[in-house]
Ligand binder design. Sequence first.
Ligand code: GLY
Length: 383
Amino acid sequence: MVPSGDPPAAQRAARGDVVVLGGGLVGAACAWRLTQRGHRVALVDPDPGGGSSRAAAGMLAPVNELRTGEDDLLALCLLAAAGFADFAAAVTSTSGLPTGYRECGTLAVALDAGDRARLSQIRSAQQSLGLEVEGLTGRECRVLEPLLDPGVCGGSLIRHDHQVDPRELFSALWTAGQRAGVEHVPQLGEVLVQDGCATGVRLADGTVRRADLVVLATGAAAGQGRVRPVKGQILRLRMPKGEHVLQRTVRGLVRDREVYLVPRENGELVVGATSEDRGFDERVTAGAVYELLRDAQALVPAVTELELVETMARCRPGSPDNLPLIGFGEVEGLLLATGHHRNGVLLAAVTAEAVATLASGGTPSPEIAACSPKRFQKAAEGE
Ligand code: GLY
């Protein structure tokens, strides 16, 4: 999957100049892969890794993030999950840095009888799609995670929904990109379109970077009509050394509300997240912090003893059908890599691979072809 070594400068120039606008996980992964394929790449972002990638919990969760009727998204997420270990290993081998990738599985739990009924319905739907999900009693859940509240009355074990540390992954990916020759331009920028064709990026200082191809990876800030901001508020707590309250990711239904707790080996415990359709808003509210802690504590009472080290709000880039937008749209020379909504971390690698393939005129896999931004044009024409 990973080409070995980086191409010489002459080859890079021959393959064309690319500007990647947006330096979150998706943009950084695209920049790295494009450089590996021989392109000369500039990545434009005033604060790389500071957007939704910084807030993300890092759940690699094709099964747990599945919503009914999202077959194309499921296929894409399963493809991404199958290749994630190799991607993380390649990033580490190029950068020399860890990514926090952990194959620890996920336990979904229910707090009351209504939650248990809903979880059971969700499990039946997952199993009917051939996904590997095991039903557990409350007692069996507590054997796996002894600090769960005695009120937890049932669960589902999803052995293949793993996790990565998005902040470690970003640092490693950034280093890999820098080593491969990605140029960082620390400014805001906007796509320059002339005669219906993207010709480069106008930077905040007024200068223009010309490019043969522009990759738009600005997440919720993409402003591409179809992408909308979906606010997520999220907390980071610290578990004492040697006293981890959880061993694996726990997702809970708490009186019909959803909460997740993602423990890391370094002692961090991520608790998330709200999902709010209220436009671009990065304020942390007292109500959200209260509700997240209340629901986390209902599942794992020991949470209240932990140090609260960070609160954060960022916007996920939502799309109308929850599938990302990957590919060429209406503007020639503009490749979209956005709209990843709740799965940006998981999908960063497959997106980057697809962008590199499309940039060199190749044909992407069917899972990626389903993400073509042109699907919205076709839908509008059919109306
Ligand atoms: N994937 C978890 C979230 O978006 O909150």
